[in-house]
Design a binder for this molecule. Structure first.
Ligand SMILES: [Zn+2]
Length: 162
């Protein structure tokens, strides 16, 4: 049987990549502070010599690099989470697939965000909570509601008799 790469990735995330994350942001912040010390923000009287100018320029370039490194960390985290969510949704699709072509659904009574606007951003296909409103748990109903409010989508027809 093929090895479970998802479990391997999960281990990598929880044991190596995840624990390292915060310290990397802290590292970049520290490095940025060091650069700040060379860009004239330190409050030291500035002496205009060509040597100082090049130190300042180098520090500014390094700050730029630091910002890029930080933005990439942030961007890649988002992509990673999105990929996991896509994968989980696909798992559900597979779970629901029946050769007979019967439209399968999540067991009724469970939170199900299928087909809701922007569910890929705010939803969790594996949400184990019972549905209380709009076929979703309270937290996901609220997330759906906020998503639509934020995007100018009508929410006035939400009311469902319990
Ligand atoms: Zn939910």
């Amino acid at each position: 049987m093929r090895s479970n790469r998802i479990i391997d990735a999960g281990w990598l995330l929880s044991e190596i990549v995840g624990p390292k994350r915060d310290s990397l942001y802290a590292h970049l912040r520290r490095e940025a502070l060091i650069c700040d010390g060379h860009t004239g923000d330190s409050g030291e009287p500035s002496v205009s010599t060509s040597r100082n100018a090049s130190v300042t320029e180098r520090a500014a370039m390094q700050l730029y690099d630091i910002r890029n490194l930080e933005q990439d960390l942030n961007y890649l985290e988002g992509e990673m989470l999105l990929a996991i969510r896509h994968y989980a949704e696909h798992q559900q699709k597979v779970e629901r697939f029946r050769a007979g072509g019967v439209a399968p659904t999540k067991p009724s009574g469970m939170c199900d965000q299928t087909g809701k606007e922007g569910a890929i951003e705010w939803g969790d296909p594996l949400c184990p909570m019972p549905a209380v409103k709009g076929g979703m748990c309270q937290a996901h109903y609220t997330a759906w509601y906020r998503h639509r409010k934020a995007n100018g989508i009508d929410t006035s027809k939400d009311y469902e008799p319990a």
